[in-house]
Design a protein around this ligand. Structure first.
Ligand code: AMP
Ligand code: FE
Ligand code: FE
Ligand code: ZN
Length: 288
C-alpha cells in the first residue's frame, strides 16, 4: 500500500549510479544511502531516468522513500551548469528530445576524445566501453576510469586535472542547452528545477541569468554541497532568503568515483515537502 505524503528524513537528494558516472548499480546506491542512515534518497543520474525503477524498488524494500530525479547538463558560455530536476514526467516529449540529444552528443564526444587520447596513449574505445555499463550516460569519468585501468593515471582526480581538463588538447565539448532552456524544460515537464553546486570555484552565474532562470520556474539552489565556496555561497544564501527559494543539501555520491559520501549534506524535511508539493509531473515512492 502506498502511504501518500509520508516521508522520513534525513534526506539526500543527489546521488549517482552506474546509469551515469557513479560506480554502483542503483540498488547498491540505495543500500549505501540506507547504511548512512538516510530516510529519503533521490537518484539523479546525468541526463537519464533509466535507473529509477531499480532504485525505487531497492529504496522502498529498505524502508526508505525514493525521490525520482535527474541532473540535466547545461552550459553557459564556457562553463557547465548542472540542473537537478525532481519529480518531473519522465515521458515528457520535449524533455526526452533534449536528454536524447545530450546523451547522443556525449557518445560522439567521448569517442572523439578517446581518438585524440589514443594518438598519445595506449587507449582504445573498447577500453572505455569496458568501464561503461550498457546504456549508461557516458562522460569523462568513464574515460578517466579507462585511463586508470591502463595505468596512465592514478585516479579520476588526476585524469580530470590533466588529460581530461577542458584546457587540454584532448578535450571536446558536448552539446548542452543553455541553463534557461534547461530549467524551462524541467518546469514544463512538471518538475522542480534546482541548480546543483551553484557556488563552485567558477563563481556565480551572472545575476541576469539567475533572474531569467527564476522567471521560467527555477525553484532553488543546492547550497549544501562540498564544492560550494565563499563568498558566492553567502550571496546565494541571501538571495534564497530574500526570494523564499528552496534550499537543498546533498552528497553528490558517485560510489568509488568521488570521495563524497551519502548523507554528508542533507535537505530539511520542510524543503523536501516543498519539492514534493511543487511538483506536478511525479510523486515520490513511499515504503509500504
Ligand atoms: P562530463 O559531463 O562528461 O564533462 O564530466 C563531468 C563529470 O565528471 C561531473 O558530473 C563530475 O561528476 C565528474 N567529475 C568532475 N571532476 C571530477 C574529479 N576531479 N574527480 C572525479 N569526478 C569528477
Ligand atoms: Fe557526475
Ligand atoms: Fe554536477
Ligand atoms: Zn552530480
Amino acid at each position: 500500500m502506498v502511504h501518500q505524503g509520508v516521508f522520513r528524513g534525513p534526506s539526500d537528494l543527489h546521488l549517482h549510479s552506474d546509469h551515469s558516472d557513479g560506480t554502483e548499480s542503483p540498488a547498491r546506491v540505495m543500500a549505501a544511502a540506507h547504511r548512512a542512515g538516510l530516510g529519503t534518497a533521490a537518484l539523479t543520474d546525468h541526463d537519464t531516468t533509466s535507473g529509477w525503477a531499480e532504485a525505487a524498488e531497492a529504496a522502498v524494500s529498505l524502508g526508505m522513500t525514493f525521490l525520482p530525479g535527474m541532473e540535466l547538463s547545461a552550459r553557459y558560455e564556457w562553463r557547465s551548469v548542472h540542473v537537478l530536476a525532481y519529480l518531473f514526467d519522465a515521458d515528457d516529449a520535449a524533455l526526452r528530445v533534449l536528454t536524447d540529444r545530450i546523451r547522443s552528443s556525449r557518445l560522439t564526444r567521448a569517442r572523439e576524445m578517446a581518438d585524440r587520447i589514443g594518438r598519445d596513449y595506449d587507449l582504445t574505445w573498447d577500453d572505455i566501453l569496458s568501464q561503461t555499463a550498457v546504456g549508461a550516460t557516458v562522460g569523462r569519468p568513464h574515460l578517466a576510469d579507462a585511463l586508470v585501468a591502463k595505468g596512465h593515471v592514478r585516479d579520476r582526480g588526476e585524469a580530470f586535472a590533466g588529460i581530461l581538463h577542458p584546457g587540454s588538447d584532448y578535450y571536446v565539448d558536448l552539446y548542452a542547452p543553455d541553463p534557461v532552456t534547461a530549467v524551462a524544460a524541467v518546469a514544463d515537464a512538471g518538475g522542480v528545477p534546482i541548480i546543483a553546486h551553484p557556488a563552485g570555484r567558477a563563481g556565480l552565474l551572472p545575476s541576469r541569468v539567475i533572474d531569467e532562470m527564476l522567471d521560467v520556474g527555477l525553484a532553488g539552489f543546492e547550497l549544501g554541497h562540498r564544492e560550494n565556496v565563499e563568498p558566492a555561497l553567502s550571496r546565494l544564501r541571501q538571495l534564497c532568503a530574500q526570494r523564499d527559494l528552496i534550499v537543498t543539501g546533498s552528497s553528490d555520491y558517485h560510489g568509488a568515483g568521488k570521495p563524497n559520501q551519502p548523507g554528508e549534506f542533507t535537505t530539511t524535511d520542510e524543503m523536501v515537502a516543498r519539492i514534493i508539493s511543487g511538483a506536478t509531473g511525479g510523486a515520490p515512492v513511499f515504503p509500504s
